[in-house]
Design a binder for this molecule. Sequence first.
Ligand SMILES: [Zn+2]
Ligand SMILES: [Zn+2]
Length: 244
Amino acid sequence: MELTVIGYWGAYPAKNEATSGYLLRHADSAVLLDCGSGVLSRLQNEINLEQLDAVFITHTHADHFADVYALEFSALVLTQLGKRTRPLDVYIYGENLASLNFAYPDYVHVHPIEPARTVNVGELMFSFSETVHEVPCCAIKATTREGANLIYSGDTGYCSSFIEFAENADLLVLECSLYDVQKGVLDGHLTAGEAGEIARLANAGYLILTHFPHYGDQRQLAMEAARNYSGPIELAYSGLKWSF
Ligand SMILES: [Zn+2]
Ligand SMILES: [Zn+2]
């Protein structure tokens, strides 16, 4: 399984960058986790869009969702051009998915994510756990047949059910929206210290911090996480790859 960071900013993308988007490749499958602003453009540095098998959206905040309608247009156009031969499956965690503005059901199949149900894409199995956030949001676990796994938090506040869900993660991709000094100022997001603590309690093998604020020094986030977690920590950046 290989993860590539496509976008890693919270809220809005920095210049020539993207908000949340992570490409997972395994065997013949290509799956996108979240599709925030800027993701569709940057994704094409890694794959042709017709190669994408499925997309999982943790929640419908714009920094995780904004490019999904452009992605739908790409499915329409690429099918008309004969490059895409099957509909794109888009799995979304949220309420009232019928109110979303998808217009081409022949090209994009929208499915609700239900935490009690797993989804298989090729040789990968996906499972889900609700997090603590302003709107309904889920964390995603991808597991190979050999049992290797990756857990991506989506957006979340500190949450014991997430720690359980992330137990023994080979790779933990954790949102890190806040510096420790900001603890308590914004519900539904993690401070760096909390991210480190979660990684320690979950016994994670490797921690990638992501979903960064647009101020301060990101190296400070890694230092604050390292106070609570002694394993390897990396700050997300565009194009960062991690494979196992
Ligand atoms: Zn977000
Ligand atoms: Zn959010």
